[in-house]
Write a protein that binds this ligand. Sequence first.
Ligand SMILES: NC(=O)c1ccc[n+]([C@@H]2O[C@H](COP(=O)([O-])OP(=O)(O)OC[C@H]3O[C@@H](n4cnc5c(N)ncnc54)[C@H](O)[C@@H]3O)[C@@H](O)[C@H]2O)c1
Length: 279
Amino acid sequence: MVRGDILDREALDGAVRGVDLVSHQAAQLEITRAIDDPIEDLTTNTIGTLNLFAACAKAGVRRVIQATSAGVYGQAVRTPQGEDDHPTDPNWAYGVSKLANEKYAAIMREVHGLEITSLRYGIVYGPREWYGRVLTIFLKRALEREPLIIFGDGEQVRDFVFVGDVVEMHRRCIGDPAALHQVLNVATGQGVTVNRLAELALRVTGREVAVIHEDVAEGATSAHFARRRLPQELRTLVQSPEKACRLLGWEAHTSLEEGLAAEWEWLGRNPGRWTEMSY
Ligand SMILES: NC(=O)c1ccc[n+]([C@@H]2O[C@H](COP(=O)([O-])OP(=O)(O)OC[C@H]3O[C@@H](n4cnc5c(N)ncnc54)[C@H](O)[C@@H]3O)[C@@H](O)[C@H]2O)c1
C-alpha cells in the first residue's frame, strides 16, 4: 500500500514504476464542491489525471483504466444515453473535468501510445458506499426511523448500478483487448424514479416511516435535514449498457432490490460509517 496524492508527481512516479496496469479511481467527486470551487475540481480531477498519464508514459506503463462519469452527459436529450451518440454537455464542473480526462485519453494514445479505457459509471451503490446521495440518505433515515424526504415530485429518473457488477466490468476490461481505447458506460440501462427508490427502500428495510415530498428550490437547503438540493439537477439519467455488452459481454445482474438489501445489511453492521455527509 502506497499512500499518496495524484498532485504529487514524484509520488506518482514511484507508485507506477514496474506495474502492468493502473486503475485510476482517485477523484474529487462531490458535485457541490465542484460547483463551489471548480478550480479545485479541475486541479484534482484533470491535472491529477494528467500527472498520472505522464507518470505512466515515463515509466512505460501502457494500460490504464480510468473512472469518468455519467456526469459528462448533462441533461438527457434522449434515453438510454449512448457513449457515441448522445451529446456530452455537462451541467456541472465535475462533468467537465471528467470529460476532459476522456479527451486527454485519446491524445495520450497518439502521443505516448497509452491504452486507456474510460468507464462512465452510473450511480454506483452498495456496501461501503460513501454517505451523501439519495439512496444512502433513504437508508440512513430508515435506520433512524425518520421520514424519507423527496425533493420535488420524485419523478427524477436515475440509473443505479451495483458495485459488484461494476467490479465485474472492471475485471473484464483488464482481461479483454476489446476494451482498449474505449469509452464505456457502466450502468444498467434501467431508469428508476426517486419515488420508486423510496418504495423499495421501505420494502427492503421493513421500516414504516412516512415519505414526504418537499418543494425545495434547486440550490436551497431542505427544512428537514442539512442537505442542499443540487443546482441544475438532472431530470433523467439512464445510460445504455449496449456497448459494454457488445464488446465485453457485460451486463449488470443485480436488481436494485437485491443491491439495496445488501447495502442495508452492511449498514446494519456498520452504522458508524455514515456520519459526515458528502456531496
Ligand atoms: N460512486 C459513483 O457513483 C461514481 C459515479 C461516477 C463516477 N465515479 C468515479 O469513480 C471513482 C471512484 O469513486 P468512489 O465513488 O469510489 O469514491 P471514493 O470517494 O470512495 O473514491 C475516491 C478516492 O479518491 C481519493 N482522492 C481524492 N483526491 C485525491 C488525490 N488528490 N490524490 C489521491 N487520491 C485522491 C479519495 O481519498 C477517495 O479515496 C471516482 O473517480 C469517481 O469520480 C463514481
